[in-house]
Design a protein around this ligand. Structure first.
Ligand SMILES: CSC[C@H]1O[C@H](OP(=O)(O)O)[C@H](O)[C@@H]1O
Ligand SMILES: Nc1ncnc2[nH]cnc12
Length: 293
């Protein structure tokens, strides 16, 4: 079993990680196209980390245009075993107030203009995303978060919208009536693809606003998100730094099975698999595709 190597995907306002040593920004080629940026390889707290700014440095890429497949494939190719995904979100219930961090445990994927799977014609695969986040990563985050003075909650559903516009009031009320905790534009298909790539995934959703439903708060705007993000970003960096020694100490694959998600997932008979599709899947699914049975 390889030593844990932790991928950190930084969202809005998080375009670098401070305190890394042995830092090298490196272009990683992917058969799925270009990742959002070069990947930043380094060490933090004695742990190997690979950082990727989801929107690219300077926030060049919109949620719809992010090449989620290339991002996850590039992280997998770089030996990443676990991903901490950091995101700005709106709070959809009173208790998810600006400044709160939520270790989300479910998603509703309402995106419609994105490539969502590494699999398809030529090699059809179906993984379970019934429990889309890794409990081992969630446990570690909850172990350190409260001690840092972070208002951190475990569990809650992240509503993933296409964007880039924010929601209408009617949409916001609909998602609230569904019991969703927070809303954002990026964690899907990111989480689904991480599962297909057999990488443990946890999302730290940092609340920046109350979207547009709260009578006592202004409707969300970029100005509001950025203002609250400034405070959140420092807390996020402290959380990452503190959780890394826990993650680096993990031995063996996670008990929830994230790292064996493809075990029985591929439907296409070996003799009719498309070699070109298989070639692209070398990093993501090589563990199961290259096995002699
Ligand atoms: C800048 S407000 C909207 C923008 O922020 C969030 O991005 P991320 O999840 O990468 O932190 C949200 O999903 C939107 O993309
Ligand atoms: N209210 C909101 N809706 C969608 N994405 C967001 N990112 C931060 N706040 C958001």
């Amino acid at each position: 079993m390889a030593r844990p190597r932790i991928g950190i995907i930084g969202g809005s306002g998080l375009y670098q990680i401070d305190g890394l040593t042995d830092v090298e920004w490196r272009r990683v080629e992917s058969p799925y196209g270009a990742p959002s940026d070069e990947l930043c390889f380094g060490r933090l707290e004695g742990v190997d980390v690979v950082f990727l700014p989801r929107h690219g440095r300077g926030h060049r890429i919109s949620p719809t245009e992010i090449n989620y497949r290339a991002n996850i494939d590039a992280l997998k190719r770089s030996g990443v075993t676990d991903i901490l995904s950091l995101s700005a979100v709106g709070g959809l219930q009173e208790r998810y107030a600006p400044g709160t961090f939520v270790i989300v445990d479910q998603f509703i994927d309402r995106t419609f203009a994105r490539e969502k799977s590494f699999f398809g014609t030529g090699c059809v695969g179906h993984v379970s995303v019934a429990r889309p986040v890794c409990p081992r990563l969630g446990d570690a985050l909850m172990e350190v978060g409260p001690g840092l003075g972070i208002d951190i909650l475990r569990g809650g559903t992240y509503m993933v919208m296409e964007g880039p516009q924010f929601s209408t009031f009617a949409e916001s009320e609909l998602y609230r009536s569904w019991g969703c905790a927070v809303i954002g534009m990026t964690n899907m298909p990111e989480a689904k693809l991480a599962r297909e790539a057999e990488i443990c995934y946890a999302s730290v959703a940092m609340v920046t606003d109350y979207d547009c439903w709260h009578q006592g708060h202004d409707d969300v705007s970029v100005e509001m998100v950025v203002r609250v993000l400034m405070g959140n970003a420092e807390k996020a960096k402290a959380l990452v730094k503190s959780v890394l020694p826990h993650l680096g100490g993990h031995e063996g694959p996670c008990h929830a099975g994230c790292q064996t998600a493809l075990e029985h997932a591929i439907m296409t008979a070996p003799e009719v698999r498309d070699p070109a599709v298989l070639a692209r899947l070398d990093a993501v699914a090589g563990r199961v595709l290259n096995r002699r049975s």
